[in-house]
Design a protein around this ligand. Structure first.
Ligand code: NAD
Length: 284
């Protein structure tokens, strides 16, 4: 029987402490501000943005949403980011992905001022993470690291298998684990023997976006399982990548979906906005 990692509760604790920090800033006359840009009308993105806006409201972060139409031109997107970069009242800028196909999302990320890049996708922050310097860590891996800290789960010297190599989850996750002295394997759609890689791992972090990707027969007893996936089952309910019911009997720790990684991602975004606000105002 495993211990279920309660991301919902830990995220709440983090938001409570951020509320205290936001209040201290308010006493100094500083209101943290997050601007979010959404291009097009992706339904899932609308839900994520709404959740981010609620979290901002709870903590005392000013939130502004820019809704751009589907046919937005690259120059228009870039010029909005440049405008927000210059605006002294804006502490954090987030571009919600995905954006419509013809647009170049990486160019947009490259344009976000690294000091306001609360998602940590600008190459400056990506580089800082790789070389172990302070910067903004992408919110999902950052939240996962907080879970390991809270539950005192050992990372040093252990074998970690990550499923997925995206720029927003898999790759930064690998860097975070490497920084804590794990031996890291990154698996992806071209990995030939996924089961073999997983069977050997002490810690599995699945971010493939495929339900029932990780099953009981693929893991060893006592494994730690972090499920990043967000999928829908046949009844339309949110589920992760792993067979939670079976694996919770075999793992030492496991995250549920919902109530695991998801709420932590938003809490760490809030944490990054507070960090950005403090740094921009030279507050330690
Ligand atoms: P992505 O589509 O960019 O990447 C998926 C990765 O999975 C790819 O690198 C691909 O190579 C790998 N993959 C796909 N099929 C595979 C297979 N059969 N074997 C091995 N690897 C395989 O997705 P992403 O943006 O990294 O997100 C991954 C999942 O995590 C999605 O379900 C997404 O919704 C979810 N997500 C959740 C949160 C959260 O806060 N909970 C945050 C970000 C992403």
């Amino acid at each position: 029987m495993s211990e279920i990692i309660d991301g919902k509760n830990l995220a709440k604790e983090i938001r409570e402490s951020l509320k205290v920090e936001a209040n201290k800033l308010k006493e100094k006359g500083i209101i943290p501000h997050l601007s979010v840009i959404m291009v097009g009308d992706d339904d899932a993105s609308k839900v994520y943005v709404r959740n981010k806006s609620r979290a901002c409201e709870e903590i005392g972060i000013e939130f502004k949403e820019y809704l751009l139409p589907n046919d937005t031109k690259q120059e228009e997107l870039i010029s909005l980011i440049e405008k927000l970069n210059k605006d002294k009242n804006v502490n954090g800028i987030l571009l919600q992905s995905p954006i419509p196909k013809p647009l170049d999302i990486q160019e947009a990320f490259n344009t976000i001022d690294p000091k306001k890049d609360v998602d940590g996708f600008n190459p400056y922050n990506v580089g800082n993470l790789c070389i172990g310097q302070d910067g903004f860590i992408p919110c999902t891996p950052y939240g996962i690291m907080k879970m390991f800290e809270k539950y005192n789960i050992e990372i040093d010297g252990r074998k970690v298998a990550i499923i997925g190599r995206s720029n927003i989850v898999g790759k930064p996750m690998a860097q975070c684990m490497l920084a804590k002295n794990a031996t890291v394997t990154i698996c992806h759609s071209r990995t030939r023997e996924l089961k073999k890689e997983l069977k050997d791992a002490d810690i599995i972090i699945s971010a493939a976006g495929k339900r029932n990707m990780v099953t009981e027969d693929m893991v060893k007893d006592g494994v730690v399982i972090i499920d990043v996936g967000m999928n829908r089952n046949d009844e339309g309910k949110l589920c992760g990548d792993v067979d939670f019911e079976k694996l919770k009997e075999k793992a030492s720790y496991i995250t549920p979906v919902p109530g695991g990684v998801g709420p932590m991602t938003i809490a760490m975004l809030m944490s990054n906005v507070i960090k950005a606000t403090k740094e921009q105002n030279n507050i330690k």
